[in-house]
Design a protein around this ligand. Structure first.
Ligand code: NAD
Length: 482
């Protein structure tokens, strides 16, 4: 790997994301030589930490995520980290930060290359981008900005944020990160679709009946009730992760695998995204909220959650496109907290064909994203000693050793930022379409709230509200994973 000179500034350097994800991912890139001698990382936050204390934190973060660590390498790696106490709302602090960045650029011969990483609460994103611009923090080499989720809370606020960021960064230098796009099995969707004639030939709306995307979490909101109240499952999971997955499943084949061609194919699909009307929302969308049990709080009893909150902790719905291989075909999704188990999966449900063996037999393709990674096809054959059809799974899977080698999504995506590959990042034009869709659902639910209609309640650690079983286009459809 080529050593990329850079000074990286992390806003939110004392936060959870930096500790659990960014520092370990940077260490792995360091071990592979992508960043080596010519890099420095400035961690910023308001606390009065020293460089030494940040280095200890970085070192702890690496130990917590690695079973084996080369201590010499880690010590050298950590020595490239610097801490700057910085309040992002204080303009004067940007001057100090700029001076430190310049000093480190000289010391490490970073060639004027900068990466700004916004690992902070989203309400600060616009302000930071604006101050980077006003206070001239960009330099003479490349200047890239990584923006965490959520990018806005509706189309209007996303447009406003985009305006603030594009004042100092070109679209090509804005990396709107969605860590799902860095996941191994999500990156397997296109190869699965494009390299297997067996699958490529059935990837159309006359053979596939529907697709079902499930992102189920086992945990509740835990200590993040305050954040979640302002977000809810639709904004937190659907606007980004679920839509990105659906786009990869439904997009037309790209001309080639360049970032430009992939985004062009995605855009072609998204231009045909069908925005549901009120009646369709009422029929095909369900929001839910988890109840408590003897030992757990219900959502409304969680800390920092309003007693009469209508924020949804579960959502199920349907997406359709007017164009592409799956035009007009329903793609169902659901995501929720306090579900039976953590499981992220995609079920591609093929239409039943009448056959000489009597009843219809399922022949589906399933992609398990987390926690294990595999793809399997349900295949029908004959039972050995009795009449009838036997169903087995034909699986594409990884050995334990291979699973251990799969890089974390953040490592992959940070690598892509360094090498300027935006294939697996969200472009503004895509995001705009996602928000248009989300906004109409939010508006419909707002009306429901005004009419006293609350989210469906569901028992914890099951599969969400019963009403989610009634969102299908036809009564012959059901959740494959239940
Ligand atoms: P966090 O609350 O743990 O960290 C926030 C950081 O911002 C802290 O370092 C805090 O000190 C700093 N901060 C707050 N106010 C400040 C101010 N005025 N000036 C300077 N620094 C200030 O949050 P997090 O969980 O690390 O999340 C950061 C971002 O990453 C969010 O956008 C979140 O949605 C996104 N994200 C986080 C995770 C995760 O696993 N934590 C996963 C995906 C996305």
């Amino acid at each position: 790997m080529k050593n990329i000179p850079v000074v990286m500034i992390i806003f939110g350097g004392s936060g959870d994301l930096a500790h659990r994800k960014l520092y370990p991912a940077l260490f792995n890139l360091y071990e592979q030589g992508l960043i080596h001698d010519n890099f420095a990382v400035i961690g910023t936050a308001r606390r009065p930490w020293s460089h030494e204390y940040l280095r200890e934190q970085v070192s702890d973060a690496v130990h917590e995520t690695h079973s084996e660590v080369n201590e010499n390498d880690l010590a050298t790696f950590a020595s490239h980290f610097y801490y700057q106490s910085h309040d992002v709302t204080n303009v004067e602090h940007y001057e100090t930060l700029k001076n430190l960045a310049q000093e480190l650029d000289d010391r490490y011969s970073a060639q004027g290359n900068r990466i700004f990483y916004m690992a902070m609460a989203p309400r600060f994103f616009g302000q930071i981008a604006q101050h980077i611009n006003d206070q001239h923090l960009t330099s003479t080499g490349f200047n890239r900005i990584v923006v965490e989720k959520p990018f806005g809370r509706d189309l209007t606020s996303a447009e406003e944020l985009n305006k603030q960021i594009t004042a100092s960064f070109d679209e090509d230098d804005i990396f709107r990160i969605d860590h799902y796009l860095g996941k191994e099995m999500i990156q397997n969707i296109l190869p699965l679709r494009l390299t297997n004639p067996l699958i490529k030939n059935v990837w159309n709306n006359s053979t596939i009946k529907n697709i079902q995307v499930t992102l189920a979490e086992h945990l509740g909101v835990e200590a993040r009730g305050g954040y979640y109240e302002a977000s809810g499952a639709l904004r937190d999971m659907v606007q980004n992760h679920i839509f990105q997955i659906i786009t990869l499943l439904a997009m037309p084949e790209p001309k080639d695998l360049s970032s430009k061609s992939i985004h062009a194919a995605k855009q072609k699909l998204l231009d045909s995204l069908i925005i549901p009307n009120e009646a369709e929302i009422a029929k095909h969308f369900v929001r839910g909220q988890y109840l408590g049990s003897d030992v757990t709080f219900g959502y409304r009893q969680e800390p920092n959650v309003a007693e009469d909150s209508n924020t949804e902790t579960f959502v199920a719905g349907e997406v359709k496109f007017g164009k592409g291989p799956l035009a007009g075909m329903p793609i169902y999704f659901r995501t929720g907290k306090e579900m039976r188990e953590k499981k992220n999966r995609i079920d591609i449900v093929l239409k039943h064909m009448s056959n000489q063996y009597g009843q219809a037999h399922s022949n589906n393709i399933t992609i398990i994203i987390d926690p294990d990674m595999q793809i399997y096809i349900t295949i029908n054959g004959k039972k050995i000693n009795t009449p009838g059809i036997r169903r087995e799974n034909l699986a594409y899977q990884f050995t334990k050793e291979e699973q251990g080698k799969v890089p974390d999504g953040y490592e992959r995506l940070l690598h892509d930022v360094f090498v300027n590959d935006s294939t697996n990042f969200t472009h503004w034009s895509e995001l705009k379409n996602y928000w248009k869709f989300i906004d109409v659902i939010e508006e419909a639910w707002q009306k429901d709230n005004e009419n006293g209609q609350e989210p469906e309640q569901y028992l914890p650690y099951r599969m969400g509200p019963k009403a989610a079983n009634d969102i299908f286009d036809s009564p012959t459809e059901r959740w494959i994973y239940d």
